[in-house]
Design a protein around this ligand. Sequence first.
Ligand SMILES: NC(=O)c1ccc[n+]([C@@H]2O[C@H](COP(=O)([O-])OP(=O)(O)OC[C@H]3O[C@@H](n4cnc5c(N)ncnc54)[C@H](O)[C@@H]3O)[C@@H](O)[C@H]2O)c1
Ligand SMILES: [Zn+2]
Length: 359
Amino acid sequence: MKSLNVKCSRPYDVFIGKNLIDSIGDVVSENRRKCRALVLTDETVRDLYYARALRSLKSCGVEAVPCVLLPGEASKSFESYNKVIGVLTEQEFSRQDVVVSLGGGVVGDVAGFAASTYMRGIGLFQVPTTLLAMVDASVGGKNGINSEKGKNLIGTIYQPESVLCDTELLKTLPDEIFRDGLAEVIKCGVIRDARLFAALENEDPRLRNEDVIYRCVEIKRNIVQEDETDKNIRHLLNFGHTYGHAVEKLSGYTIRHGHAVMIGMILMARAARNMKLCREDCVPRLKNIARKYGLPVSTSFRADELTAAVMADKKRGTELLELVMPLTIGYAEIVPIRLDRLDMLTAAALNEQSDETQD
Ligand SMILES: NC(=O)c1ccc[n+]([C@@H]2O[C@H](COP(=O)([O-])OP(=O)(O)OC[C@H]3O[C@@H](n4cnc5c(N)ncnc54)[C@H](O)[C@@H]3O)[C@@H](O)[C@H]2O)c1
Ligand SMILES: [Zn+2]
């Protein structure tokens, strides 16, 4: 087992290893005399892992109350939030009690938002069950639900008390969802770790899950410690997400988050190359790694569609758009551009996409 300490407003440990789900009871009951845990999960994860989590909690004297969502992004909704708050109030949960998130990023985001707002904040434990949630969503405290006006529009930054990444749980993950998480791993490599990127080019990360997750959490931890409230450097973690969110939205969320982010990373690397900021080898290396892991390398959306979607998603009230651009594999920077340049940058990046496809 490996562990890391995240030193932010509330310091906490992230544990990474095999069969950690069986320790959730110990981790929750540590420093508490008696408490109850609302275990938020989705139907798929409940069928696979709820019984084990329950056994562990029970053996440590923690009473578990389940709350189960439907699997999928649509569950990041007011309805789910209401459902969780409904159970917490009906069962008269107090500030000594806790929320345990057992699931992917969707469950984690709803759990975090509910835990941070119920009685102005009760204890939160994250047990991520997807690669994406282990390397990204469960660490750093961001949570949220979607509104019809946009993704993650409602949420808070609220740190968990502990995060338990049980790498054995990844064995039941469908391949497509594992690959989705790999896009975020690739992102970590591009923005801060050339060696991680090279390892992904040369090896199969499934064989070294623990090391790969550890390194991604470490990169995220270092960034979050510097900018917990997302004012500056934390924006680096959005590499690939400007166009990525646009692709997700334009596809009506039929293209999964990581797949869309992969497309977004390639488009952004092209834009950076066109601005003469980025080394020539970035785009071909990104395309090769995407192909290696069965992730998409291009999009059929038009430049005007992408630009409009990016503009709708941009931070409200700002005249500049912050783009995260790689300068080389292993190092990215935040580059502010004027909004009126976006259309041209996008069109040029897409033109090259079709030129490259014809090669
Ligand atoms: N808060 C953050 O910092 C942050 C960061 C990145 C992403 N996110 C959010 O995370 C969400 C995406 O998360 P996700 O990709 O984990 O999706 P998800 O939570 O929808 O999980 C994907 C699917 O995998 C299933 N599943 C989960 N664990 C499983 C397992 N071990 N075995 C078999 N099936 C399993 C789920 O039931 C679901 O159908 C998005 O809403 C995104 O906005 C949040
Ligand atoms: Zn992401």
